[in-house]
Write a new protein. Structure first.
Lengths: 205, 205
DNA sequence: TAGGTATCAGACCCATCAGTCGGTTTCGCC
DNA sequence: GGCGAAACCGACTGATGGGTCTGATACCTA
């Protein structure tokens, strides 16, 4: 194998396992040794590739988290009509993978945000960037919906986006331990109810 | 001072400071020594009153957290008409304290739930109990609203309760770092919008 | 006021953890 | 095939954390 390819492959391996463990046990509660034991690698290998545990985690954010969030929550609602339907289906899919695969990485963000909030400014900066991208994308999707005539022109796009993010973060927290499938179902029903109230009132008889 | 009173006073002091630090730095990221340094107390004092760090935290939950959540989110919506208005005002108040006092303990729950989810079953049991009480209370409030004729009888009370809890947990997470006041305002507007869609459609002309 | 107990002090133990460092193996290349 | 660099090994360090233990005070009661 090519040298630079091998380097990337090893880094990737460590990062994937690292994210896995950080997600399930928490960042501060997972030691570098834990990750290395899982991979039968040594300290030397780790610190050859990464400057520190923090640097390591930031690389995980940039390489894995960003893409996961993008693929799961952003890309699916880009460039489509019927914005609200797209968003609802997107949330439905994301929650569905959360039901069946507890380590889906679909929205690890809320866990990490809670863990680093007010504790590690540097890492929070990177996590907030992902949130911001998500928010901006939601806002523009909603504005697109208003422009296309599917969403009432009086709705506050930023408000809706914030509300959607809140609801999603919250339901992900509540789905981890208790009745995920049932909760997902109930949540989605209410979300669609809320969406109805955003639609244009053309049928006001 | 009475002996047993002094005991309780000391335990209370340690617990209050403990909750403060656990909330701001996280449970696993706060050492017993951190708490004791803040109080100028010694290890001996701590382990005289508490069996372990975990036992200590569970007592904090039972003595402080339960009451805070009850006083802030449960008691205010008990036994009133105009359920939805009550809930909205209750959320508004709770978020308002969150805006002005970052350590308000208003809903520390979401932080801790995220921290212990899948990591400490014992502590999660206690946290889930609080959530359960909250949920049950919301459900019965909504059913009361249906009975009183303020809420449409077709709405799923459990679904609404879950949705409210999700939204609240999520907005609390999102309010910690970025523009809390503005986000609170936007959030509440959308919540009220959602509530409108739950009201009885008496004015359907 | 003497003795007992509740309360607290702080040195100590042992495990863990992030990070270091000198050394060894593997690989590409001439 | 041999040289140099990349990749990796693993013992070690210094710091920290949870928890223990031996006492020292403060306080109550008889």
């Amino acid at each position: 194998m090519n040298k630079s390819l091998k380097r990337l492959a090893t880094m990737q391996r460590i990062q994937v396992t690292g994210l896995h463990l950080f997600y399930s046990k928490g960042y501060y509660n997972t030691s570098v040794d834990d990750i290395l034991k899982e991979l039968s690698l040594s300290k030397g290998a780790f610190y050859y590739h990464f400057d520190s545990k923090e640097d390591f985690f930031i690389q995980i954010i940039e390489n894995l988290l960003v893409r996961k969030v993008y693929g799961m929550l952003i890309q699916p609602i880009e460039g489509h009509d019927h914005t609200l339907t797209m968003i609802a289906d997107c949330f439905e899919d994301a929650l569905e993978t959360a039901v069946h695969n507890e380590l889906d990485y679909g929205f690890v963000l809320s866990n990490f945000i809670n863990e680093f909030n007010g504790r590690n400014e540097n890492i929070m900066k990177h996590l907030n960037e992902i949130l911001k991208v998500w928010e901006v994308n939601l806002v523009s999707a909603i504005q697109r919906g208003k422009f296309n005539g599917h969403i009432d022109r009086h709705v506050d796009a930023e408000g809706v986006a914030l509300y959607l993010m809140s609801a999603y973060i919250g339901i992900r927290t509540l789905m981890v331990e208790t009745a995920p499938a049932a909760r997902k179902y109930r949540f989605m029903a209410q979300l669609r109810q809320y969406f109805k109230s955003l639609e244009v009132k053309t049928t006001s008889h």
